[in-house]
Ligand binder design. Structure first.
Ligand SMILES: Nc1ncnc2c1ncn2[C@@H]1O[C@H](COP(=O)(O)OP(=O)(O)OP(=O)(O)O)[C@@H](O)[C@H]1O
Ligand SMILES: [Mg+2]
Length: 401
């Protein structure tokens, strides 16, 4: 036998202590007729028998991205909604999972809302997503580093085997030629001179290769020392151009310098800037067609003196543009390089960065290339690099040999 009184009490008890809020409003006057314990708590209201709450107080006016606003239109049909922004009579808005049910008891109609404040969960979820994204990013970075390390390791092996091969070629030529000399196996004074010239040329080539390899490994290990002083770039350009005059003349190439700037002062390491400028100049001549002009200019730009070296040679195709400064690519093509290892550009880039400057270029296939070397006109690096190169510096001895 059922006991209606007992049933009512049971249901009342369950509703009052439910783990989600229950609010019942009159359909016509929209006044709250019932609010359970957690309902009072969620809406920041003091528990009383008469909640003094109107339905419109729970509607939201402000739109929030990612959330639905609780609006009167939602009451037309029964339903269940996730992530609904709801208002409180006093206090901040909150995000809720919301159920809507329209019921009729005898002749009276009611709107029953069941809801659960999930603001905290949402906040935690959002933080968790941010953290997850951070972890994902960190993981991807590690993967990327790992791939780079593998590539580095592979290219180091390749580098060693290719450079050793490169070293062997001039060395063998020198040994073979000196053997001829040692055994007096030459026919004339002229041939003797020729053999000595070969040994000298191959020796220089060998030195270039060794210098490139030493520089490269020093830079890679972060052990390259810079000795930066206030210098006159105009004189430097004239000196470097002089070195290449002969090579240019042989190809019928003219070198033109226009450096009418005053004062022509900037901060660089003399030995290192010479390396950069001569590499760019030798490339300009090497890749220029005969009877053309290599134009060298200087102009001050914000904080830098910009040296430009322009040729009208074969140009650098767009698809190779980002490979020029990449040591892993150049090393891979070592046998296509003329003077040394083909590390000229990667080394130049790192040297310029080490001096607080930059190197970049613009180029058009079959029209020519202009390299820009930006040298700081102010002291922008740590104080300790502004010093003179010591008299007995092994790098200097090797380079000037
Ligand atoms: N002025 C230029 N015109 C056309 N191509 C150029 C020019 N300068 C550089 N390059 C391209 O960039 C590559 C890399 O130049 P880099 O100076 O590093 O090596 P390299 O001149 O080939 O060898 P090395 O300098 O050791 O003799 C060259 O092989 C060439 O393909
Ligand atoms: Mg070069």
């Amino acid at each position: 036998m059922t006991n209606p009184n007992l049933n009512t009490r049971i249901f009342e008890d369950i509703t009052r202590n439910a783990i989600f809020a229950i609010a019942i409003f009159g359909k016509l006057d929209t006044e709250c007729v019932y609010l359970n314990n957690i309902g009072f708590e969620t809406l920041n209201l003091q528990p009383t028998d008469d909640p003094e709450l109107m339905l419109h107080e729970l509607f939201t006016k402000t739109e929030r991205q990612d959330f639905i606003s609780f609006k009167p239109a939602m009451l037309r049909t029964d339903g269940y909604y996730n992530d609904v922004m709801m208002s409180r009579p006093t206090g901040p808005m909150f995000v809720a999972d919301l159920g809507i049910q329209n019921i009729k008891i005898n002749d009276d109609e009611f709107t029953v809302l069941t809801f659960k404040d999930i603001t905290l969960q949402k906040k935690m979820q959002r933080e968790l997503t941010v953290k997850q994204d951070e972890i994902k990013k960190a993981f991807e970075e590690i993967l990327e580093q790992n791939t780079q390390l593998k590539a580095l390791d592979k290219s180091k092996d390749k580098f060693i085997s290719l450079t050793t091969h490169e070293l062997r070629t001039p060395l063998s030529a020198m040994i073979a030629t000196s053997e001829v000399l040692a055994l007096d196996l030459y026919d004339s004074e002229e041939q003797l001179k020729e053999f000595i010239q070969t040994i000298y040329k191959e020796g220089k080539h060998l030195l270039n290769i060794v210098n490139d390899i030493l520089d490269f490994s020093k830079i890679q290990a972060g052990k390259m020392d810079f000795y930066i002083e206030e210098q006159n770039i105009k004189e430097k350009l004239a000196d470097c151009a002089e070195i290449y005059e002969h090579m240019a003349e042989e190809k019928g190439i003219k070198i033109e310098i226009s450096a009418e700037i005053d004062p022509p002062i900037c901060y660089y390491d003399d030995l290192r800037i010479t390396q950069v400028i001569t590499n760019v100049m030798s490339n300009a001549i090497k890749f220029s067609s005969a009877d053309s002009t290599v134009r060298i200019g200087v102009k001050p730009i914000e904080g830098f003196m910009q040296v430009s070296i322009a040729d009208s040679g074969k140009g650098i195709p767009d698809e190779h543009a980002d490979k020029i400064f990449n040591e892993f690519v150049t090393v891979g093509n070592i046998n296509t390089h003329h003077k040394g290892t083909g590390l000229g550009m990667p080394i130049s880039k790192k040297l310029m960065e080490g001096m607080g400057g930059a190197i970049h270029f613009k180029s058009k296939t079959d029209e020519g290339t202009t390299f820009f070397i930006d040298i700081p006109t102010e002291k922008i690096l740590d104080d300790e690099v502004y010093r003179a190169r010591p008299d007995f510096d092994e790098d200097f001895i090797a380079k000037s040999a």
